[in-house]
Ligand binder design. Structure first.
Ligand code: 5GP
Ligand code: ZN
Length: 139
């Protein structure tokens, strides 16, 4: 038994607004939403982040995310939505059990993800792609 907060929700030990659950996935309303209806899609198998997610869970997580997103779009009349996952403390992860966020977006909702986009120096785009292609060859 671990004391991970999402595992405890999965075991129904602590309350949550459950939107959907099956043998592999649970989806709940986020308790501190970016906007009302902000939902989380969580594999029932405990894994700390995306790289630890077992490949056999990919399908059930994405299928559940698709269903929950469609329910949000239709039920709350969204104009758009963001799907994202934070991995690692530096990336904003606060619960170390992998999950996808599905967040409602509306015209003029004033939600901003503040990003300062970079420019590659000459040759760096190609060098970065080369490094990553070489890494992928190791699979
Ligand atoms: P992260 O910061 O790891 O990307 O996302 C964790 C999310 O889980 C946060 O948005 C946070 O509001 C939500 N959360 C944390 N504890 C609970 C809880 O006990 N119940 C619910 N429903 N959401 C939680
Ligand atoms: Zn867990």
């Amino acid at each position: 038994m671990n004391d991970c907060i999402f595992c405890r929700i999965i075991r129904h030990e602590i309350p949550a607004e459950i939107l959907f659950e099956d043998d592999h996935v649970i989806s709940i309303l986020d308790i501190n939403p970016i906007h009302y209806g902000h939902s989380l899609v969580i594999p029932k198998r405990h894994c700390k982040d995306f790289l630890e997610l077992p490949p056999e869970c990919y399908g059930s997580v994405l299928t559940a995310a698709h269903r929950v997103t469609r329910a949000l779009v239709n039920g709350l009349r969204l104009d758009g939505y963001n799907l994202f996952t934070n991995n690692g403390r530096i990336a904003g992860q606060s619960v170390f059990h992998f999950h996808l966020h599905v967040t409602p977006r509306y015209a003029n909702d004033n939600i901003r993800f503040v990003l300062e986009l970079k420019k590659y120096a000459a040759g760096e785009l190609e060098r970065t792609a080369e490094l990553l292609r070489a890494e992928l060859q190791k699979d």
